[in-house]
Design a protein around this ligand. Structure first.
Ligand code: V47
Length: 381
């Protein structure tokens, strides 16, 4: 069959079809090439790896504190220590949040927050215990690499010991946040107080070593350039070659609203699709690519399922990190709404647990499904 690809894309297509790894230079070319060609190639890989499946999970996000001493310029969620708007959820508060959605068969709780130096090690243990007491069967996906560095510091113990202890308490896997962009230049400009790329990768390495799967993210669409993005992807791919512990890559679309750099426009839907596609093509050893619909919108996420993504994340309660306004707190799609959106794209919705075991392939759309707190309307970002 003759290829329909442009001359620039033909050598890359040949490699992808032969199952050969793309180089950093190929990655650069993918940022220049026609998006639909890049997307079509990414889709070929996506279908080779996952068939027609589109994964989703019933999950709940809980952000236990907004107090953070890292002062990242791209973040609208944090307040500095001593700010009146700061909050810390007690383990009992966290239990209340979990109880609010007990009628929904949530299988994963995503627990992340700011870096609050006041919290002792025992607090983190109590948080996990609190969740498990109310929902013993739920998988707790907890703490970004940056939080793990803080937790080990509070515990005054080696990272490996802390991970083993919290795993024994019920941590099931580790989310992909805090990676931002692996670039000294971007870090110096935007998040200079935070663990650097080597530390982030080391935390992931240790997690994989103790048998905890983790995810990886990249925050794009601010001041980083394509070369830095490609380098980020290559470093993730190298670590995955070493450990095989990453489950999923999630490109995170920068939302400038209410941040210190809100003069930047943020990415367009076209850029969002390109990051999904480039991620799928470069990360040949990552089993899954997620379009986080809260940040990408459900509409772009539907298209992303044909540009390399195989996972749309979840039903999500109270996602606070990229709220557009102070008032907008709830971003929820019920299972039915999510399934409906997936079916509309032509993909097969499959409910998963936090390590991609199949839980349900039901296409049934229930008329009325509880969304948690009575009287509130779900909003799709
Ligand atoms: O680490 C912060 C990012 C991350 C903004 O592992 C922002 O399954 C956009 O990592 N605009 C946290 N992004 C979220 C995260 C995540 C989300 C969903 C699923 C998973 C997973 C992980 O959000 C932070 C940071 O990189 N972030 N501020 C912003 N203004």
């Amino acid at each position: 069959m003759t290829s329909m690809m442009s001359d620039e894309m033909k050598p890359i297509e040949a490699k992808v079809l032969a199952g050969e790894r793309l180089t950093a230079e190929d990655g650069m070319a993918l940022y220049e090439a026609d998006l639909n060609e890049v997307g079509a190639l990414a889709n070929t890989v996506r279908e080779r790896m996952c068939g027609n499946v589109a994964w989703y999970v019933r999950n709940q996000h809980i952000n236990y504190t907004n107090i953070c001493n890292k002062l990242c310029k791209f973040c609208s969620f944090y307040v500095a220590p001593k700010d009146d708007r700061g909050y810390v959820l007690s383990p009992e508060d966290v239990q209340d949040r979990v109880r609010q959605h007990l009628e929904i068969p949530i299988t994963e709780i995503h627990l992340v927050a700011g870096i609050n130096p006041k919290l002792p090690y025992q607090y983190y243990i109590d948080l996990i215990r609190a969740v498990k007491e109310i929902r013993p069967d739920v998988a707790v996906k907890a703490f970004t690499a940056i939080e793990w560095v803080q937790i080990a510091c509070a515990a005054k113990k080696p990272m490996k010991d802390v991970m083993l202890e919290l795993k024994a308490e019920g941590v099931s896997s580790i989310p992909g946040g805090g990676a931002e962009v692996f670039s000294e230049r971007v870090q110096d400009e935007m998040f200079w107080t935070k663990a650097d790329s080597e530390e982030w990768l080391d935390v992931a390495r240790t997690a994989h070593d103790v048998g905890l799967h983790s995810n990886a993210t990249m925050l794009y669409g601010h001041i980083e350039n394509p070369r830095e993005r490609v380098e980020h992807l290559v470093r993730l791919r190298d670590l995955q070659d070493e450990t095989n512990g990453f489950l999923c890559y999630i490109p995170l679309s920068f939302h400038p609203e209410r941040t210190e750099i809100d003069h930047l426009p943020g990415p367009t839907g076209i850029q969002d699709l390109r990051e999904i596609a480039v991620g799928r093509l470069m990360l040949d050893n990552f089993p899954h690519i997620k379009t986080f619909w809260i940040m990408n919108t459900i509409e772009v996420s539907q298209v992303a399922l044909w540009y390399g993504a195989d996972d749309v994340d979840g039903t999500i309660q109270e996602y606070e990190i990229t709220r557009r306004t102070e008032e907008e707190t709830r971003q929820v799609l019920t299972r039915s709404q999510l399934v409906e959106r997936i079916i509309e794209t032509g993909r097969d919705p499959v409910e998963r647990d936090n390590v991609y075991n199949v839980l349900s392939t039901s296409r049934e759309i229930e008329d009325a499904e509880p969304v948690g707190v009575a009287g509130e309307t779900p909003v799709a970002s």
